[in-house]
Design a protein around this ligand. Sequence first.
Ligand code: GTR
Length: 368
Amino acid sequence: MNELKKELNRRKVPSVRTIHQKTAHDLAEWKTLREEIRTTVLQEEYGELPPVLLPKIAVEKKPALVENSIWEEVTFEFEQNEKRHVVPTQLLLPASVEKVPVVVYLNFRADVPDEYLPAREILSQGYGLFVVCYTDATTDDGDFENGLAGLFQEGERKPHERGKIAYWAYMASRMQDYLRTREEVDPSKIGVAGHSRLGKTALVAAATDERFSFVCANDSGCSGAAISRGRNAGGERLSDICKNFPYWFTINWQRYVDKEDELPFDQHHLLALIAPRAAYIGGATEDIWADNESQFLCCVAASEIWELYGERGIISPNGMPVAGESRTDGCVGFYLREGKHFHTLEDWNFGLKAVTRYLENRREKLCK
Ligand code: GTR
């Protein structure tokens, strides 16, 4: 661990307990400071999520994907300022005598199963899935007049106003609202997952909605789970992401291009907003762009906040995992798969194994 702390110092990564020259020394102080951290991260990077709307819901049954499960198409109809937007989602639940855990999954496509979504295998592990194609919420471009963005954005975006990631995260929270109305679902076991830009989105959803009890963020990289300061060669930097995808973020985020040292926070502050709930971060060996070391360091740097809660953060006495290994015995974890930028069954298995262990341990604790 000492080597890791040295690397964090070398990169001048600020303590996760500190922002704007204020430091939280204990849990009570953290609970106050975290609100300032959340406000700052949103103001500078993603934007505040829109106010909660109560959509009209329509449910249509579909043929089950596997035996002993249900599949329903759940349609959300949002209305605001005399504008309407409809988002189709897919709910798949395994039959069970007990209430089931469910993963809200933001995907690039509406298909179930999908190359990123081995739905049969996930259901067979006892997890339900609630899936949305992210562009059905609002498009992945600089147009803020369509979909959910069109319901809320008034005129030109101001520097602190939300980018697209905040809208996608908002959709995940509205899906959670609906899940909590379903008696088959255990409301204390609803999590959120995503890959790449949607891994970033899953982190924002979990950081802003405390009802999510776990998050799995796969290959989320720059402006996701990777520390921005002192990036490794070949890793995506703010200059890249702000040039290619400025609309994912606030306009404020551009101010830190090539000035990462001036950031009042780093991505471990985002991760720490999820404490004391579970956060599992996935990387792939050939995904240099997402910078695995920076993602792993983020887990290490955020972990002390879990310790303030009396929980374990990342447990990794021997440093970073090698390919095929996971460090997921704590409430924060990192796993590394061999191969390219992708959301594979192996990633899902790493993540769900960690989540299952977390949920079981938590139950044991509650029973004591
Ligand atoms: C890349 C982007 C990454 C990642 C990825 C994706 O081009 O630079 O940060 O988000 O797209 O979402 O597919």
